[in-house]
Structure formats: C-alpha cells, structure tokens
Design a protein around this ligand. Structure first.
Ligand SMILES: NC(=O)c1ccc[n+]([C@@H]2O[C@H](COP(=O)([O-])OP(=O)(O)OC[C@H]3O[C@@H](n4cnc5c(N)ncnc54)[C@H](O)[C@@H]3O)[C@@H](O)[C@H]2O)c1
Ligand SMILES: O=P(O)(O)OC[C@H](O)CO
Length: 312
C-alpha cells in the first residue's frame, strides 16, 4: 500500500515538522511524494498565506527563515488536505468533527497537540481519544523536548512516540526520525500525552518564579515537584501509566526545556513583570502563535476541583 501523509495544522511546530516529514517521504519507498499541509488561511503582507508558502516554500508568519521542502503543499481547504491520506498528523484540535466519515479506510493518526480536552465522564479527555472516537481509527501521540525553532534549525534533540499499535508506531517513526530528531517509542499513549499537556502547567509556574526573581534553586524545585505532580495526576486518571515514560524525552527532558526556553515560560515571566493578562500578552508577543499553558492550567484546576482534589 502506498502511504500518503497529511499535516493538519501549520503553525510554528506544524511547519518545523513539515520540513522533516517532507524530506523523509522522499527517502523511503511506498510513500506518495506530495505532503499536503492544511493551513488556516489568513492574509499576510497583503497575500494569502497558502500562496506565499507554495511559491516561496516558507511559512513567513509562523516559521520565518526556514525553507520547507517543495513537496510540502499548503492547502486551505481542510477536506482537500486529507484527500487520500493514510497517515494524519494533527497539530490542532477541534477539526475532527469535520473529518468524520471523510477519511480513507485504513488511515492512522498521530497527535502532536500538547493539551487536554476538558470533557467526558471524568472531566478529562485525551485529545488522542477525541480524534480516535471521531474518526474510529488508531491514534498515536508524539511529544518531547522540542522547541520548534531549534528543531527547524536541525539542532539535535529527541522525541517520544506513545503508541497502542506497534506497527503504526514504526511507520510514524519512519516519517519523523532523522539524525537530529531522534524518536523513541513507548507503549503508553496516556502517559506520553499527559506529559506533553502537563509540562505546560509547570512551564507557567517556572515563568512566574522567573518573573518574581526567586532564583535557580526555586526553579529546580518547581521542576522536580512539577514532574512528581504530573506523574501523580496521570496515575490518578489513567491506569497503566509507566514510570519509565517520565524519563523519556516527553517527560523530564520536556519539563526542563520548556522551563528554560518555551513560550509559556516567557509569557508567564512577562505576566509578573508587566501585570498584563495572559490573553493580552499572547496577542502582543506571540504574533499569532498560541499560548497553551494558561488554558491547560485552568482546565486541569477545574478537573481537579470537580473531583474535590485541587489541594493535592
Ligand atoms: N511551537 C513549539 O515549539 C511546539 C513544540 C512542540 C509541540 N507544540 C504543540 O503543537 C501544537 C501546535 O502548536 P504550533 O506551535 O504549531 O501552533 P502555533 O501556536 O504556532 O500557531 C497557531 C496555529 O493556529 C492556527 N489558527 C489560528 N486561528 C485558528 C482557527 N480559528 N482555527 C484553526 N486554526 C487556527 C494558526 O494558523 C496557526 O497555524 C500545540 O499544541 C503546541 O503546544 C508546539
Ligand atoms: O514554547 P512552548 O512553551 O509552547 O513549548 C514548546 C515545546 O512544547 C517544548 O517542547
């Protein structure tokens, strides 16, 4: 079977991954050479972003100064972007319902979205489960210590795929793995995904203490306590979470990178220094990129409060 890849989303991370996947499909047999990337259309410098990407091969708004492979094609229509696709890579949530009954039989998906879906019986849904239920397909996840701009510059890092179906994990490893972006796979979707979501909460805490100038000892304590709380949260809500997952790139490594280099840390520090709200700072400082951590913090707090365990 010929595999065909579609990227659903084209922000900072989506574009960095487009560079990797676009190149990798050219290296392996049995892959369609065209990789479609769904772009939420917007006008940038008087032109449609899709036209800019398809002529300059650069996402000038979300990943400037990085060339994308020419076989990555920006598509503004969601349904057209997934036509014939057997491997779906998600960067945005909230579009699955539009894809219901519209994807090819035998397709598999992977979510690179670091967040949760506040809903379901326990108040908490994994985004991978939302995708799985909407599309009735197997869904893996990829999370790790991966600041997009550094990955796009081909600086060495690692990432973690959490899987249920080993064959699907292996095919996704094939399209993501490079000498500078090294993939490890673990059979723990919930553990890997919750690491990716919860590290953003720890990043907000790290940014706040940077703003308060508490110093490096306090930050190290926040990182250690944060990691322990991530583990406790994951084990409270899901069975089968593996301790080892927290030592993968998606665990300790992502907590470290995000507490030093990420957008969430930066905006939380600015929150203390300026007194402005997270929403205002997101709009002022991120040029269209999204801040996940403040939203996830609130969702996680509400979920815990709903169970009467927020104080833990
Ligand atoms: N940026 C990173 O370094 C990084 C690294 C790893 C994981 N992630 C995660 O990947 C996911 C995607 O992040 P990103 O950095 O690619 O995105 P981003 O924050 O750079 O960009 C936001 C994206 O949302 C799109 N958008 C804006 N309004 C929209 C709307 N109404 N409907 C649909 N799309 C809309 C924009 O076009 C853009 O593609 C997030 O969950 C993030 O936590 C990011
Ligand atoms: O810039 P942040 O805070 O969204 O973090 C980016 C990545 O998730 C780090 O792995």
């Amino acid at each position: 079977m010929v595999e065909k890849v579609a990227l659903i989303g084209s922000g900072n991370w989506g574009s960095a991954i487009a560079k990797i996947v676009g190149r990798n499909v050219l290296q392996h047999p049995n892959f369609d050479l065209e990789v479609r990337m769904w772009v939420f259309e917007e006008i940038v410098q008087g032109q449609r972003l899709t036209d800019i990407i398809n002529t300059t091969h650069e996402n000038v708004k979300y990943l400037p100064n990085v060339k994308l492979p020419e076989n990555v094609v920006a598509v503004p229509e969601l349904l057209k972007s997934v036509e014939g696709a057997t491997l779906l890579i998600f960067f945005v949530k909230g579009v699955c319902e539009q894809l219901r009954h519209k994807i090819v039989r035998g397709a598999r998906a992977i979510s690179l979205i670091k967040g949760v879906d506040a809903g379901g019986q326990s108040g908490l849904n994994l985004i991978s489960d939302v995708i799985k239920e909407s599309l009735q397909i197997d869904v893996s996840v990829l999370m790790g210590a991966n600041i997009a701009s550094e990955v796009a510059q081909e600086k060495f890092c690692e990432s973690t795929i959490g899987y249920t179906d080993l064959a699907n994990a292996e095919i996704f490893r094939l399209i993501f793995n490079t000498h500078y972006f090294r993939i490890n796979i673990v059979q723990d979707v919930a553990g890997v995904e919750l690491c990716g979501a919860l590290k953003n909460v720890v990043a907000i805490a790290a940014g706040l203490i940077d703003g308060l100038k508490y110093g490096e000892n306090t930050k190290a304590a926040i990182i250690r306590i944060g990691l322990m709380e991530m583990k406790k949260f994951a084990k409270t809500f899901y069975e089968g979470i593996r301790d080892e997952t927290f030592f993968e790139s998606c665990g300790i490594a992502d907590v470290i990178t995000t507490c030093f280099g990420g957008r969430n840390r930066r905006i939380a520090e600015a929150r203390v220094l300026t007194g402005k709200s997270f929403e205002v700072l997101e709009a002022e400082l991120l040029n269209g990129q999204k801040l996940q951590g403040s939203l996830t913090s609130k969702e996680i707090h509400d979920i815990l409060a709903g169970r009467g365990i927020a104080s833990e």
